[in-house]
Design a protein. Structure first.
Length: 318
């Protein structure tokens, strides 16, 4: 399991490998939510997403390994590539054919090999498993690993350090490493804080798994929130149980609602974010998330959106 002490140790370990990101008030979203709304601007993290926290915490604790490998819808692979380069070790990132080209190019630009294999996250993961089994690589998964959860949890410490009066944190939800880590840290410091998970309606594996009472597979569908795609793993060890036990509410969004979130954040707040990161704002704008019980923090988790896609969304074509 992961404890507050593990998360504090992670914070000390990755200091110098990650940025502390700013928290900004949003007048427009506060008005829409009926109470104060704050944006945790983690899309300004190095490599463009929070995943650098978990990847750095895991990679910094490796013993003897030929290198690191993972399967990733993009941001975790990019984060691990960056962390490996900082630590001077090789990285092979296995990605499915659904992963956008800009994310693959970004991995290669960081000096890692991007190995494109399989039609789903789970199939790409098989190649990472093989590298671990046959070539001595350390497999660092995108979410279901205690060191990764502890690393993402440093965001919970940071948020409450910046805004101790926070009453709720809205968190984009896919495999649940981010939600599990932030919830563990935040609830350890402030037991009555509300943790709200947000996913897209199309192909949300954690939502389907929670409804079934155990991890299930879902068909991977194209979505504006592509970083929220992918399965949670039928042998999920950690994040399914943590999300089940720590999440107070789960909100699902349509593609139109996510597009509106992306547009609002760019046009009104000047923040260019990817679909996964826009879900908090989207939920507020859709009337599915309020801030009447106290300050609400929306976690802007990443900025790695294809520029052409962002333009299409801004022009109302998506
Ligand atoms: C990975 C990711 C998420 C979801 O994180 P999980 O730990 O898989 O739930 C949300 N937003 C962005 C930008 C991501 O890259």
């Amino acid at each position: 399991m992961v404890t507050l002490e593990d998360i504090r140790a992670a914070q000390a370990r990755i200091r110098g490998m990650v940025r502390e990101t700013p928290m900004r008030a949003s007048a427009g979203l506060s008005e829409a939510a009926g109470g104060p709304v704050w944006l945790k601007c983690e899309h300004e993290q190095e490599t463009g997403a929070f995943k650098l926290r978990g990847a750095s915490n895991a990679a910094a604790q490796l013993g003897q390994a030929a290198g690191v490998t993972t399967a990733s819808t993009g941001n975790h692979g990019r984060a691990l590539a960056h962390a490996a380069r900082q630590l001077g070790i090789p990285a092979i990132i296995c990605v499915s054919r659904l992963v956008p080209k800009n994310k693959i190019a970004a991995i290669e630009a960081l000096g890692a090999e991007a190995r494109v294999t399989g039609a789903s996250q789970d199939e790409a993961f098989e190649e990472a498993r093989r590298l671990e089994r046959e070539e001595g690589f350390a497999l660092i998964p995108p979410f279901d690993h205690p060191d990764v959860v502890a690393g993402q949890g440093t965001l919970g410490l940071e948020i409450l350090g910046q805004l101790p009066e926070a009453a709720a944190i809205a968190i984009p939800l896919s495999g649940g490493g981010l939600l599990a880590g932030v919830a563990l840290a935040a609830k350890a410091l402030k037991p009555d804080i509300r943790i709200i998970g947000i996913s897209m309606e199309r192909g949300a594996a954690m939502a389907a798994s929670l409804a079934a009472g155990h991890p299930v597979e879902v068909e991977e569908l194209e979505t504006l929130a592509d970083s929220l795609g992918g399965g949670i793993g039928l042998e999920n060890r950690l994040t399914f149980v943590l999300c089940r036990d720590l999440m107070d509410e789960l909100i699902l969004l349509t593609e139109d609602e996510i597009a509106e979130g992306i547009r609002f954040l760019a046009a009104e707040e000047g923040e260019t974010v990817e679909g996964a990161a826009a879900v908090g704002a989207a939920a507020v704008l859709a009337g599915k998330l309020r801030a009447e019980l106290g300050p609400l923090v929306l976690l802007l988790s990443g900025r790695n959106i294809d520029p052409g896609l962002h333009r299409a969304v801004m022009e109302g074509e998506r």
